[in-house]
Design a protein around this ligand. Structure first.
Ligand SMILES: [Zn+2]
Length: 247
């Protein structure tokens, strides 16, 4: 039995307003919890900062509308699984945008290791996009990894740069088949077929290559693709405290 159990964590919503109607269009802020076959508890990303709970916008981080309720806080979602931050054995940081690293502060003093791609760690300190007050937390051991890394059989980090330098995705073989959490390498469905990624990306060509790499992995393994911020897909998926099952 080498399969792992995966839980999708709903950690709030961010969105923008339709310029014509003023209506807010939201997509999810996700995190992922994996109980591994060897009994470890691995957390992938931490969602929005607690400071955003109940706030109308994502200020001071990004110019987005916000819908983060108390029950969306990472600590509350973990509690729903009977897990406290000190019970988490390993933190995988896909990247340090505020909606992915917003609750690193919940791990102050735990001595937890956070795995980050080496290139991301190298640029994050000097890029104002990545607020060090959120991710550079004393007592968390930010540990660089290089490229694809097998954490356990059937649980791998996949380097997927482009959205940011040193972005990473996560592949896991669950009790219900393989799942690929693309994170922001494929954040919405239109990116599956996009010819050219937006010029606002730090590296649009790397983003295209990463998308191709992830889609090749999906094709080769039959993995179910979970996109990073695709609201229509998210609405169809089973969230914690239920274990994930492929639709
Ligand atoms: Zn994101």
């Amino acid at each position: 039995m080498t399969a792992h159990e995966l839980y999708l964590l709903h950690l709030g919503q961010l969105g923008s307003r339709d310029p014509d109607t003023g209506e807010a269009r939201f997509s999810q802020v996700p995190g992922y919890l994996i109980r591994t076959a060897t009994g470890r508890t691995v957390l992938v990303d931490t969602g929005n900062p607690a400071a955003l709970i109940g706030q109308p916008t994502a200020a001071p981080w990004w110019d987005l509308v916000n819908n983060t309720r108390p029950e969306d806080d990472l600590v509350a979602r973990l509690a729903g699984l009977g897990i406290a931050p000190r019970d988490v054995d390993l933190l995988v940081s896909t990247h340090f945008d505020f909606d992915h690293c917003g609750r690193h502060d919940a791990f102050v003093g735990t001595g937890i290791t956070s795995l980050v791609q080496r290139e991301h760690l190298a640029v994050a300190r000097d890029d104002p996009r990545f607020d060090p007050a959120l991710w550079d937390i004393p007592g968390i051991a930010y540990t660089p990894v290089a490229g694809d890394v097998e954490l356990e059989p059937g649980l791998r980090l996949i380097a997927s740069p482009g959205h940011v330098i040193g972005h990473q995705s996560v592949y896991v073989e669950t009790n219900d088949g393989p799942v690929l959490m693309a994170i922001d390498a494929i954040s919405v469905a239109e990116q599956i077929t996009m010819q050219r990624f937006p010029s606002t990306y730090p590296d649009p060509e790397a983003a295209r290559q990463s998308r191709d790499t992830l889609m090749a992995l999906v094709a080769a393994t039959g993995a179910f693709l979970v996109m990073g911020h695709d609201a229509p897909q998210w609405a169809t998926l089973r969230k914690s405290p239920e274990p994930f099952r492929r639709p």
